[in-house]
Design a protein around this ligand. Structure first.
Ligand SMILES: [Fe+2]
Ligand SMILES: [Fe+2]
Length: 253
């Protein structure tokens, strides 16, 4: 399967895109999930997906307290009135992701994770700085998730899991566009030297994340038709698309 491009979201002009309308529409047009069948996964498949699905289930869910705090500050400063509402709907969608994965894990008796060190690192990093740092970490994780849910979908024969992954990919693609648009609003009238430096940092953060995630969950990725080179290449391509949005404020080249 080819890499899903951000352009498939068909969002062109971001400055007047109605995110509130989008989130409401998306939430009322979700794929139907039937949790009544718990015989789709073999024991081997269950063992294969358990470590990573536990980590992603935990990572998807968050109250977003610190995020909302910096979002409100930014909205006031930039007179971007809809932003807090948009981000509230976004956090709700992430919590739905977490709930969906939890329900799936429950039917196979997979215990939810308490706190994994990788999750803690992400959370501490995000709280260290303002909105820009939060959003950069968030969007990095979401671009990684695009590869992860593709691999997860490929790795088993579970129809339910594949449907969950399709929904996740649909949602996460839009999230990547949304965060990239925020980064555009942040960098728009800023010194170009700083913008270039931040872009370099984003590339470094992505490379480190790809390395860590690969070494933790490579079995799943390999089973899902990803080798390291492909995972790294796709992740850097997503980042290139995201940086393009950050630079131009839209998805056209
Ligand atoms: Fe998510
Ligand atoms: Fe997301």
């Amino acid at each position: 399967m080819e890499r899903v491009k951000l352009k498939t979201t068909k969002i062109k002009k971001l400055s007047n895109f109605d995110w509130i309308e989008y989130f409401k529409y998306n939430n009322s047009h979700l794929l139907k999930l039937d949790f009544s069948n718990n015989t789709e996964l073999s024991n081997e498949e269950k063992k294969l997906i358990t470590p990573s699905i536990k980590a992603f289930q935990l990572g998807e869910g968050s109250e977003g307290k610190h995020l909302m705090h910096v979002v409100e500050k930014f909205a006031l400063k930039k007179n971007y009135k809809e932003y807090p509402k948009i981000m509230k709907l976004f956090i709700m969608e992430e919590n739905r992701h977490s709930q969906t994965l939890k329900k799936y894990m429950e039917i196979y008796n997979i215990e939810p994770a308490k706190k994994l060190w990788i999750d803690k690192v992400f959370r501490i990093l995000r709280k260290m700085m303002g909105l820009e740092c939060e959003v950069i970490i968030l969007v990095t994780a979401e671009m990684i998730a695009l590869s992860y849910y593709t691999a997860l979908s490929n790795a088993t024969n579970s129809t339910l899991l594949k449907t969950i992954c399709t929904q996740m990919l649909n949602d996460e693609l839009k999230h990547v566009v949304l965060q990239s648009d925020t980064l555009h609003r942040i960098s728009k009238n800023r010194n170009e030297m700083i913008n270039k430096l931040i872009r370099k940092i984003r590339i470094l953060v992505m490379k480190v994340t790809v390395y860590v995630v690969w070494h933790k969950y490579k079995k799943l990725f390999i089973e899902g038709n990803y080798e390291y080179k492909k995972f790294k290449k796709y992740s850097l391509e997503y980042l290139k698309e995201s940086i393009n949005i950050e630079k131009t404020g839209n998805l056209e080249e």
